[in-house]
Ligand binder design. Structure first.
Ligand code: BGC
Length: 249
């Protein structure tokens, strides 16, 4: 069964058809730059372009970098503020003429990793997936069940006077021109806070930085096991498609 998954990020909107039984992309990724300003109208037009590109009819899963409750986007940290309280699911459904299902981007990545990637063999316990990109996304699982919309990227870092994603997102690494080592030390401070709060068994590190894992992972001093995401930048697309497929069942 092939389902369309679309991953909306602060800089790019990417889609592909996904084989939801295998957890793999069945086509090449189609990427369009996120319009600036990223208003609901402009983003919906791009989502529709991606649906048309694949000449697709059927359920569409869409990730969004915000709290998504019952298809409504509640926050807008790295996108246009018009998304606060926007009925995203209805907006995309009307723009595309297809049934669209919207969920948080890190929750989608987490579900994909737990099913097909780094978490597939973890039968029980607490797992925290963190994605490092423009912001920091989070997904926490207890005995494989997701608690959605956790927003751990917005926790304040003690003594730093900053929220986590303003301290150690990949955007901050680039803006401050940090080498992988010093950036890894910052991430380790953040993981220490997460460990204090949640005592996870495993952290999964995702987002674009995952391909450089070996460069910063030596800085980690955690009790929990820290592993790298396996689906790399495809996790959002795969998780989005899985979500839409589940909703249609
Ligand atoms: C948003 C989250 C999102 C994360 C990663 C944060 O700024 O608040 O909802 O998951 O960025 O995109």
């Amino acid at each position: 069964m092939q389902t369309l998954g679309i991953d909306i990020g602060g800089s790019g909107i990417k889609g592909a058809l996904v084989d939801v039984e295998k957890g793999e992309m069945a086509t090449k990724r189609h990427r369009i730059a996120t319009p600036q300003p990223s208003t609901p109208e402009a983003v919906a037009a791009v989502v529709n372009d991606i649906v048309r590109h694949f000449d697709y009819q059927g359920p569409v899963g869409v990730t969004f970098p915000a709290i998504v409750a019952h298809g409504v986007t509640k926050t807008a940290a790295n996108v246009d503020k018009l998304w606060i309280d926007a009925p995203a699911q209805t907006i995309f459904t009307e723009a595309t003429g297809q049934p669209v299902y919207v969920l948080n981007d890190a929750d989608a990545a987490g579900v994909a990793e737990m099913t097909f990637g780094a978490g597939r063999d973890l039968a029980s316990g607490i797992v925290i997936l963190l994605t490092f990109g423009t912001g920091i996304g989070s997904a926490i699982f207890h005995d494989r069940k997701l608690l959605p919309n956790t927003e751990f990227g917005h926790v304040p870092m003690p003594m730093k006077g900053l929220i986590a994603e303003h301290y150690c997102s990949d955007r901050i690494r680039k803006e401050e021109d940090l080498k992988w080592g010093p950036w890894g030390t910052r991430v380790d401070h953040y993981l220490a806070l997460m460990e204090l709060l949640f005592s996870p068994d495993v952290f999964i590190i995702g987002g674009g930085v995952s391909k450089k894992f070996n460069k910063f992972a030596p800085k980690f001093r955690r009790n929990a096991e820290v592993v790298v995401a396996q689906l790399l930048n495809e996790a959002g697309i795969v998780g989005a498609a899985m979500y839409a497929y589940e909703q249609m069942k």
